[in-house]
Design a protein around this ligand. Structure first.
Ligand SMILES: [Mg+2]
Length: 311
């Protein structure tokens, strides 16, 4: 065993918390491997501790989402309230579940690293609360009939895709010099909102067939645009290309606005470099998500309508 390998450290931690055991090791290996590759890809220059914490973050998000998805809302609400207590009160219940120990450990370590009242720490916690609040309404929307529209979809998907907590965690890893007040600027929110939309559109297209197979396609925009408009796959893809172009256009407009607003206020080269590192992190986040979706084994099928997903 290599004591400096972040993946070994994460594995030891999640074994200790009870997430990983001999029964589920083989089954979960691809998921953990995928997450660890993704973390290294979005934070290529992060230190060992950041890689460990980033991996713990995505492991929690993955397990928690699946748990809420596969349980009745009443039980889901109980789990959500327990998770909220970890983020707001720093309180772990007396009978903690393995994934709760994992996220508690992450929150504690982040606090130790940056301080309990660090603005980015608080933005991270608040972003998580927004995601938690969205889980049950999202599940309810799945059960309702009637047409979805793209604008309603974008609002609901904003927290479902979970961009904001990832962004604030990333900022905690990257920022060493810049003034945190920069990150309260609404222009930055526009940036990750557009990034979230782009990621969601990619996810919907590439997870479409898997969700059809699993009968879980109701909130997939590729699906509802297709059925509501009676479009062929090709017509649907053309719509998605245009939609993505719009999102990318907005994304780059906001990125330029942010650069024009803040770069002239930064006095030295190191600050400016750190600022561009953050801009680069956003790019990596979107491209790494796309790369991950394209590699996901459960998105693939021999006769996929998307050539990229045939295996
Ligand atoms: Mg999907």
């Amino acid at each position: 065993m290599n004591p400096y390998d972040p993946m070994e450290i994460v594995t030891q931690k999640i074994e200790r918390f009870g997430i990983l055991n001999d029964e589920n090791r083989e089954k979960n290996r691809p998921m953990f491997k995928g997450i660890s590759m993704f973390v290294r890809s979005i934070w290529p220059s992060a230190d060992q501790e950041s890689i460990v914490l980033g991996t713990q973050f995505f492991i929690f998000s993955r397990i928690f989402d699946d748990l809420i998805d596969s349980n009745e809302p009443e039980f889901g609400i109980k789990l959500i309230n327990r998770a909220i207590n970890i983020f707001t009160l720093g309180k772990l219940e007396d009978d903690p579940k393995p994934y709760e120990k994992n996220i508690f450990d992450l929150v504690q370590n982040l606090q130790l690293r940056v301080g309990d009242q660090h603005p980015l720490m608080n933005l991270f916690r608040i972003a998580f609360l927004d995601c938690f609040d969205n889980l049950i309404p999202w599940q309810n929307m799945k059960k309702l009939n009637g047409d979805m529209s793209m604008n309603l979809y974008y609002i609901l998907r904003r927290h479902n895709i979970g961009t904001a907590p990832t962004v604030f965690l990333g900022l905690m890893f990257i920022v060493k010099r810049l003034n945190y007040e920069i990150f309260l600027d609404p222009l930055l929110k526009c940036l990750w909102d557009q990034g979230g939309r782009i990621s969601a559109l990619y996810n919907d297209v590439l997870s479409y067939e898997k969700e059809v197979r699993e009968n879980d396609v109701r909130m997939n925009s590729f699906h509802f645009m297709k059925t509501q408009n009676n479009w062929s796959d090709q017509e649907c893809l053309e719509f998605f290309e245009k939609e993505m172009d719009k999102c990318f256009e907005q994304y780059f407009i906001h990125e330029n606005l942010i650069i024009q607003k803040f770069i002239p206020t930064l006095q030295n080269k190191e600050d400016q470099e750190e600022f561009y590192q953050i801009i680069g992190f956003f790019h990596k986040l979107i491209s790494s998500l796309l790369m991950m979706y394209l590699k996901k084994p459960n998105y693939k099928s021999p006769d996929s309508i998307f050539v990229e997903l045939r295996n």
